[in-house]
Design a protein around this ligand. Structure first.
Ligand code: ADP
Length: 272
């Protein structure tokens, strides 16, 4: 019939080509819009601490410096704003390096229990300031070996535990593991303020905060969970969260089980 007519087929090809070009252009437009929005967000976020520090310094120069008490107070606040600015720039760099693949992942076999122990040690004083505890969910007598990038997983745990402390008013934070055949589930559980269900997917977006002012006051950059998400994506895994407002949240992710140094040695022996 008619549908095999060469001219008609050529017309169909041209039509398909047109649609594909149209899609490509739409994708480019979306990417461009995203880029523009991201730049606007970053500029806005950078402005906040700069504006604050500027305010304190100029007020000091305008005469407040003569008052000994005010001088110290304002200098402290300016320093805090500059510290926030520093964390923000650090986090932005980390995020862009992970995204562009600039940081190579270093996969190795390591004991995640001892990494978690280091995180607990590092975070303890922060928790004690708020009368909170940070500990293991239960005693992990034997090491749990995983195959992953140890430094990045350390970062993931630090971000999750630091959030758990930030958004918890009483009780504490627990790190735990569940070993299931080839994988281990790692979780960070808190007894904190929780996250409303409508925000659960959005918290991993850059600069998204459930309560903008409160989170900022606590020194958050709004990038912590975006970094967590990206690091875990680079491990071909993802982060999950369950949360109840007023009760607390649990963040978890899976990692492949690795081998201990002895096991790897044994395997080599067998191959010989
Ligand atoms: P921030 O620097 O603001 O903490 P994050 O990307 O780490 O940024 O987290 C994004 C938002 O998700 C936070 O502002 C907070 O509203 C919410 N959030 C993250 N972790 C928790 C938690 N453990 N409990 C309650 N809310 C949390």
């Amino acid at each position: 019939g008619n549908s095999n007519h060469p001219l008609k087929r050529i017309n169909q090809e041209i039509y398909k080509y047109g649609i594909n070009r149209h899609r490509e252009i739409e994708d480019l437009k979306k990417l461009e819009a995203f880029r523009r929005e991201f730049l606007a967000d970053v500029s806005h976020e950078l402005k906040t601490p700069v504006f604050a520090a500027q305010g304190f310094v100029h007020t000091l120069l305008d005469g407040a410096i003569d008052d000994k008490k005010i001088r110290k107070k304002f200098l402290k606040r300016a320093a805090k704003s500059l510290d926030n600015l520093d964390s923000l720039i650090q986090d932005l760099l980390t995020l862009s390096q992970i995204e562009t693949g600039e940081i190579k992942m270093h996969f190795e076999h390591f004991n995640i229990v001892s990494i978690a122990e280091e995180v607990i040690d590092q975070m303890e004083s922060k928790a004690e300031d708020k009368n909170l505890t940070v500990r293991f969910d239960s005693a992990y007598e034997t090491p749990i070996f995983v195959h992953a990038d140890a430094d990045r997983i350390y970062r993931v745990l630090t971000n999750l535990v630091s959030n758990a402390i930030k958004y918890t008013l009483e009780g504490g934070v627990q790190i735990g593991f569940e070993v299931k055949s080839e994988k281990v589930l790692v979780y960070v559980k808190d007894t904190g303020v929780g996250i409303p269900p409508e925000h659960l997917t959005r918290i991993f977006e850059r600069f998204f905060r459930v309560e903008k002012s409160r989170s900022k006051e606590m020194g958050g950059t709004g990038l912590g969970l975006a970094i967590v998400k990206h690091i875990l994506e680079a491990h071909n895994t993802k982060v999950s969260v369950i949360s109840t407002v007023g009760k607390g949240s649990t963040f978890s992710f899976k990692l492949p089980i690795g081998q201990s140094a002895e096991e790897m040695e044994e395997e080599l022996e067998e191959e010989r």
